[in-house]
Write a protein that binds this ligand. Structure first.
Ligand code: ADP
Ligand code: ADP
Length: 235
């Protein structure tokens, strides 16, 4: 079975003004386990809508979405939340860390929602922070960390429940070029070492270069879907 398969996916927001074209229309594609996909396209082209549907944060208004062979339209609200917490890890542009709790506690949060006990949570949080090279900062507040370190905490949090897919919305949007490249190198290594699938939205060609596949949206449609051609190899 395919990991992710969407067919003729469409989204019309109820709140959209009459006559507005659909936010997504006729999107059909599949994503295999282990892929690293970059999603690009102009503002308003449907990237966020697509990511929200993939991550089970929003429902399409037409078409189908099969996840691990199962049609997600058949999931009850509780199952949606459980599946979301188990299958996906989310990474955002603004890190979205809780400011008043430590890096370790931030990473442990999704483990608490998954029902893991306190000491097991702390162990797993330490383990996944160590994987991000942040073992020294388990007890540090996010404000004591650099932007790149904060994003690594957020990636650790996304990884805590051993997800199948990391959904990252402009994860380097708040970072300088050098730090952005460090984060992308880390994501590439994570993808290669653990096989976790990554789908990442970016506005920057240099960032998309780190992925294996590029999907480009325009006006709610997929206008390009293919292997990333590395600029250094494309002389
Ligand atoms: P992108 O992420 O590429 O900027 P979006 O998916 O956010 O694009 O938006 C696609 C289209 O849907 C745009 O025309 C946008 O204005 C519209 N849209 C997005 N979210 C909503 C919403 N909650 N209600 C109504 N329209 C929306
Ligand atoms: P245009 O500027 O008209 O999009 P390009 O030659 O830049 O023309 O791109 C042609 C197609 O290839 C576009 O659909 C684009 O999304 C895609 N594309 C651009 N850069 C890359 C890349 N590095 N790897 C894979 N596809 C790319």
């Amino acid at each position: 079975e395919r990991f992710i398969e969407v067919a003729n996916l469409g989204k019309v927001y109820e709140t959209a003004a009459p006559g507005t074209p659909p936010a997504l229309e006729n999107v059909s594609l599949s994503i295999e386990a282990g892929e690293f996909v970059a999603v690009m396209g102009p503002s308003g082209s449907g990237k966020s809508t697509f990511m929200n549907i993939l991550g089970l944060l929003d429902a399409p208004t037409s078409g189908s979405y099969r996840l691990n062979g199962q049609d997600v339209a058949g999931l009850e609200t509780d199952d949606l939340a459980t599946t979301r917490n188990k299958v996906f890890g989310f990474v955002f542009q603004g890190f979205n860390l809780l400011k008043r709790v430590t890096a370790g506690e931030n990473v442990a949060l999704p483990l608490m929602y998954a029902g893991m006990g306190r000491s097991a949570r702390r162990e797993r949080a330490k383990e996944v922070l160590a994987q991000m090279g942040l073992e020294k900062y388990v007890d540090s507040l996010p404000s004591r960390l650099s932007g790149g370190q904060q994003q690594r905490v957020a990636i650790a949090r996304a990884l805590a429940n051993r997800p199948q897919l990391i959904l990252a919305d402009e994860p380097t949007g708040n970072l300088d070029t050098k730090t952005s490249e460090e984060i992308m190198t880390l994501l590439v290594k994570l993808n290669q070492d653990t096989g976790v699938t990554i789908v990442l939205v970016t506005h920057e060609n240099d960032i998309a270069q780190f992925a294996q596949r590029l999907i480009r949206f325009k006006d709610g449609h997929v206008v390009h879907d293919g292997a990333v051609i590395r600029e250094d190899a494309a002389e």
